[in-house]
Design a protein around this ligand. Structure first.
Ligand SMILES: Nc1ncnc2c1ncn2[C@@H]1O[C@H](COP(=O)(O)OP(=O)(O)OP(=O)(O)O)[C@@H](O)[C@H]1O
Ligand SMILES: [Mg+2]
Length: 314
């Protein structure tokens, strides 16, 4: 992947907040290709919002370089701003305005022609299920409605890159599914998306690739599938067998095995090292135990995340 074709290019970026402040980014690099949905995952305080801040020119980097659509964030922040849209972690709607005004004013600011603004706003309000509350002041909006409106606002000027900082935090399941559909549509339309989330199911479902950051450093970068492969327990199989006594020894010749008693005569056995199904069944039969269930162990992204970042609170 060459930097020349990347829509987002981040090279060894550092960010220190003030001379004695924390170094929120300690040399982070990654690039995002056109049309990708790229996820930034990491515990609280990892530096995700700071990274988005750098790319959206809200935060000034202290070392390294970053560009969006080929435009350098440090030398041409205005050029970057024209190409992007941001849905920030903290709501920043104008609460004194109506929902529709929030969209049309934003459109005007970004140079959407007057004739097109109203129609575009109505289209988005409808798409985000807010058409019947369009002329109400945002002050009356619920948290989920505000979040939907912020995303609608971001789309007023058809950005090259959309930044979503924890877009589904605080949304109900309906709104979350709705948002996932919108992200899928945007992706299909070719919009490049960078999102952060603490929802592993969301990351797994939406992202083409994911960077995991912790303490200001990138500690992993891969597809969701590739990340799952980082689990030591990958290539494992889990069996439930009926046996009079602990069957673990029967499986040890095949791979590393561990067992746990489920009840009087049922045992759960995990066998690692990519064993074949026939070898497992042979082993069980020789031991005189009956295989009740077999399935491949597929670690969740959550397992990978905890494996890589540990369990300590941040
Ligand atoms: N304006 C600021 N001034 C000083 N320190 C800051 C500022 N903004 C963020 N930080 C610090 O930088 C570090 C990274 O914060 P950041 O908001 O980027 O994390 P995050 O990964 O987005 O976390 P979360 O998941 O909680 O949103 C934290 O230690 C935070 O306290
Ligand atoms: Mg954040």
């Amino acid at each position: 992947m060459s930097a020349a074709t990347s829509v987002i290019d981040v090279q060894d970026v550092h960010k220190r907040y003030g001379p004695r402040g924390p170094e929120a980014l300690k040399g982070v690099s990654f690039s995002v290709e056109p049309g990708e949905v790229f996820g930034l995952l990491g515990p609280n305080g990892a530096g995700k919002t700071t990274a988005i801040g750098v790319l959206t020119t809200r935060v000034r980097l202290t070392d390294g370089s970053a560009s969006v659509d080929g435009v350098d964030v440090t030398t041409d922040p205005q050029g970057v701003k024209r190409r992007i849209a941001v849905v920030p972690q903290q709501a920043n709607l104008d609460r004194a305005l109506t929902a529709r005004e929030n969209l049309t004013f934003h459109g005007a600011y970004f140079g959407v022609r007057r004739a097109a603004r109203g129609a575009r706003a109505d289209e988005l309000l409808d798409q985000f299920g807010l058409a019947d509350r369009a002329t109400e002041r945002v002050d009356n909006y619920s948290g989920g409605m505000s979040q939907r409106l912020m995303i609608a606002r971001a789309l007023m000027h058809q950005p090259v890159v959309l930044f979503l900082d924890e877009p589904t935090t605080g949304l109900d399941p309906q709104s979350r599914l709705f948002l996932w559909d919108r992200v899928a549509e945007l992706r299909a339309a070719g919009t490049t998306i960078l999102l952060t989330t603490h929802d592993m199911a969301e990351a797994d479902r939406l992202c083409d690739r994911i960077a995991i950051v912790d303490h200001g450093q990138r500690i992993a970068l891969d597809t969701p599938e590739g990340l799952r492969g980082l689990l030591p327990g990958a290539n494992g199989v889990e069996l439930v067998v009926r046996a009079g006594q602990d069957p673990v020894a029967a499986f040890e010749p095949i791979g590393t095995a561990e067992s746990m008693q489920l009840d009087d005569d049922r045992w759960q056995v995990r066998c690692f090292g990519d064993p074949t199904l026939s070898a497992l069944i042979d082993a069980a039969e020789q031991h005189g135990s009956e295989v009740l269930d077999v399935h491949r162990l597929e670690g969740s992204l959550e397992d990978v995340f905890v494996h890589l970042t540990g369990r300590d609170l941040r």
